[in-house]
Ligand binder design. Structure first.
Ligand code: SF4
Length: 395
């Protein structure tokens, strides 16, 4: 059904202009000619209801970059603590030390959980937490080095940009670069893309006052990239932001990527409103239509970021599966226990099996392949499948 990357003729035939509305025709022609689209074009795409045309255009970019492959990673999520000095308005995860739902895992517990996950074949541990006021520098370094000692091939993806800034300024008391160097020395493989939200300062002031600015988020990632590191990038949308503010967010990411080429993939998340209050109290969850449109526009606009991930925790696996025809080439991972979205009220499962992800990809007419943390294909080398995995649920 789908063509392969590099088959230019196939790609040209795939863009059936008769199925693309007039308003999108010139943008489709740009994409077909491998020309960059403008912010005004991105806004036109966001304002279009021609979802199938958006999917068709996004699919050209997707197949040009990834052929018919769709990847997933076998990974384990860990939230080491939800204790946080900030209180972002959208966050249902964070707690103060005195709160009943506050938690903090001991290093021994984290090591045990990761050790169990390694036996299941995970290649990555993905670890973020709140901005903890009192954990010491030695705690973080000990945690990283003990995880690395479990398996030198385990990729430790950890800490959002705001956590890195928190560690640098309040805990390590040293510059960002030096902090990242010390963390890398202890075992950090890559930093996570979280915390970007929407870069516009007026939006940040209302949904995450006190959090780092766009420039500070971009500075942490730019610094990491300048050290040879790679990272992912994100967008939290579907709350109070406008469409021009979404485009502005994507523009910041595309501009940094032009400079560093350090982003491996883009992972947009829809705001989960079940537990929201204050300015976010009456916000409705974005529709499936909007999620597909956002993915397609992101795929078309972010021409310099190779991969687009559908975060099934937010979309649900059925919609993530459909998104494989709307620009997405990656279904994220097995995850094995997601907390942040679920504390906010997400009703999707907390994990997926390799079998469920592969089945979803195959059914969508794509070729499943396990990837590593840099989106490189593993060709089955690391996969460990156990019979009981098949019983894990699909959303
Ligand atoms: S989003 Fe992050 S920084 Fe903000 S309150 Fe939640 S855990 Fe803390």
């Amino acid at each position: 059904m789908h063509g392969c990357a590099g088959e230019g003729m196939t790609l040209n035939l795939r863009m059936n202009y008769q199925l693309i509305s007039n308003e999108l025709r010139s943008i489709a022609e740009k994409v077909n000619a491998e020309q960059r689209i403008s912010e005004a074009d991105a806004l036109t795409l966001y304002r279009s209801n021609d979802l199938n045309a958006l999917g068709m255009i996004a699919n050209v970019v997707r197949e040009r970059k990834s052929g018919n492959y769709a990847t997933y990673i076998h990974n384990r999520y860990i939230n080491y603590s939800n204790i946080c000095v900030l209180s972002c308005q959208f966050c249902a995860f964070a707690a103060k030390k005195r709160d009943a739902h506050a938690f903090e895992y001991a290093i021994d517990e984290i090591v045990r959980v990761v050790s169990d996950a390694l036996a299941l074949g995970v290649t990555e541990v993905h670890m973020v937490g709140g901005l903890h006021p009192s954990l010491k520098k030695e705690w973080y370094l000990d945690l990283l080095s003990r995880l690395r000692a479990l398996d030198p091939d385990l990729h430790i993806k950890a800490f959002t940009a705001i956590e890195v800034r928190h560690l640098a300024q309040r805990i390590f008391r040293m510059p960002i670069r030096q902090t990242l160097e010390i963390l890398r020395e202890a075992g950090l493989g890559s930093i996570t893309g979280g915390g970007a939200e929407i870069f516009d300062p007026a939006v940040r002031h209302q949904i995450c006052r006190g959090k780092e600015s766009a420039a500070e988020w971009l500075d942490v990632h730019g610094t990491w990239h300048s050290m040879g590191g790679r990272s992912t990038c994100t967008m939290l949308y579907g709350h109070i932001e406008t469409l021009p503010q979404r485009v502005d967010h994507l523009r910041h990411l595309r501009e940094l990527q032009d400079q560093t080429n350090g982003f491996t993939g883009f992972v947009p998340f829809a705001f989960e409103p079940a537990q929201s209050h204050g300015i976010l109290a009456n916000i409705k969850r974005v529709s499936a239509f909007e999620q597909l449109r956002n993915l397609a526009v992101s795929r078309i606009y972010l021409d310099n970021i190779d991969h687009l991930t559908a975060y099934w925790v937010s979309l649900g696996l059925p919609l993530a599966q459909v998104s494989l025809s709307y620009g997405v080439d990656d279904l994220h991972g097995t995850i094995l226990e997601e907390k942040i979205f679920h504390m906010a009220g997400a009703t999707t499962p907390q994990q997926q099996s390799v079998a469920a992800l592969e089945h979803a990809i195959r059914e969508a007419g794509r070729e499943p392949i396990q990837r590593d943390s840099q989106y490189r294909h593993l060709n089955g080398a690391k996969r460990v499948e156990r019979p009981d995995e098949r019983e894990l649920v699909c959303a």
